[in-house]
Design a protein. Structure first.
Length: 385
């Protein structure tokens, strides 16, 4: 009788153990599935962040915030080599610790990780210890995973996550984190291209306008606040002729006066840049093409009414005093004194088209540019594409 009870109890215990193991396995499977779902959501958020109309620095910071929130990471830091030094691109660690965090490539414990392009997991074993790279801090981080970042086999920096507990990352799925790391690299590459565009924007000397690159960086932030906008490119069709038959000075002054005329008549919320050479671009954010066509028709008349006075290729400004003009003439040779003034008037050809948010702005401007470049020199109208 007693033996039967004992056997029954043993059987119950075995069944409970099997049940507990089954439940544990289901929980593990659930956790793994949950991590995979989280990773998919993170990747989707990454893609959304890349397409956002924000600066490079803001994008990387946003990505770091996503990692911290979705994976419930205590600390996350992304460090990238900018060509001169290692820079903390994003971190939720207090800035007083950044000097340590941007020099982890010099730590011996991470050398193998960098050389082999594999992650390095370190943790303390008991309270009172500190991680090898910590110099002045004891309680902030007690475990960490270091991920070296590579682009085409070139080391560009690292991503390090830190926890506030010993062995905090023992059960984390590093395979999924490797996928996340690879996507961090992809994002850095993508926003790096954007950063190149942002860094090459210049102010044009004669028009005092931003160069065309501004459209695709800072300008796009403004443009993509609207679902549709109108893009306008116009060309001073006789600029080459002015440079050749009058003088380069007259051509430069023509650019200056045309730019000034457009700027004076254009609302500040619209973007106006010197696109290239004799071509200029205006983006009317949120404005339909018919309204722009009417506006540009009036502006075209004002531009073509500009009249520059030149003598022997030198521009004589209308606001110069008679005495200044006399002094200028007296320094000329007799041949120059006899020469009659030549007046320069710009002629422009205009093309407009609708831009839709999220589409390739550079593709649209290139299409408009090709039209202007291939249009007859005598054409100076307004065309809709």
């Amino acid at each position: 009788m007693i033996l039967g009870v004992i056997l029954l109890l043993i059987l119950i215990i075995v069944l409970l153990m099997v049940y507990n193991m089954t439940i544990h396995k289901k929980i593990q499977n659930f956790n793994n599935l949950n991590q995979k779902i989280t990773s998919l959501n993170v990747l989707q958020d990454f893609m959304n962040t890349i397409s956002e109309v924000t600066s490079v620095e803001e994008k990387i910071k946003k990505i770091n915030e996503i990692l911290i929130e979705r994976y419930e990471i205590k600390y996350s830091t992304i460090v990238v080599y900018d060509g001169a030094e290692y820079v903390v691109k994003a971190s939720n660690v207090e800035e007083k610790h950044w000097n340590t965090l941007r020099n982890l490539q010099n730590e011996e414990i991470f050398q193998d990780s960098i050389q082999t392009a594999t992650p390095k997991y370190i943790t303390i074993e008991k309270e009172g210890e500190r991680l090898p790279y910590q110099k002045m801090e004891f309680g902030r981080a007690k475990s960490a995973i270091f991920f070296p970042l590579y682009v085409d086999n070139v080391y560009i920096g690292y991503w390090i996550i830190e926890g506030s507990k010993p062995h905090e990352f023992d059960n984390i799925d590093t395979t999924l984190l490797e996928v996340v790391k690879n996507n961090i690299v992809s994002v850095i590459q993508t926003v790096g291209n954007q950063q190149v565009i942002e860094n090459i924007v210049r102010d044009d000397l004669f028009s005092s306008l931003k160069t065309a690159e501004y459209l695709y960086g800072e300008g796009r932030k403004i443009i993509d606040q609207y679902t549709t906008s109108t893009v306008c490119l116009f060309r001073i069709t006789n600029l080459e002729e002015i440079n050749k038959t009058i003088s380069r000075e007259a051509g430069n002054e023509t650019i200056t006066q045309v730019s000034k005329m457009v700027s004076q008549n254009l609302a500040q919320e619209y973007i106006f840049v010197r696109y290239m050479g004799p071509k200029f671009a205006i983006v009317f954010s949120g404005i339909d093409i018919n309204s722009v066509t009417d506006f540009m028709q009036g502006l075209k008349q004002k531009i073509e009414n500009i009249k520059l006075k030149t003598i022997n290729g030198e521009v004589i400004t209308e606001d110069a005093t008679e005495e200044e003009n006399t002094d200028t003439k007296e320094t000329k040779s007799k041949k120059t004194k006899k020469q009659q003034p030549v007046y320069v008037q710009p002629k422009i050809n205009i093309v407009v088209s609708t831009y839709y948010k999220g589409t390739a702005l550079e593709g649209l401007t290139k299409k408009l540019e090709d039209y202007l470049d291939n249009a007859p020199k005598s054409e100076n109208t307004i065309n809709c594409l």
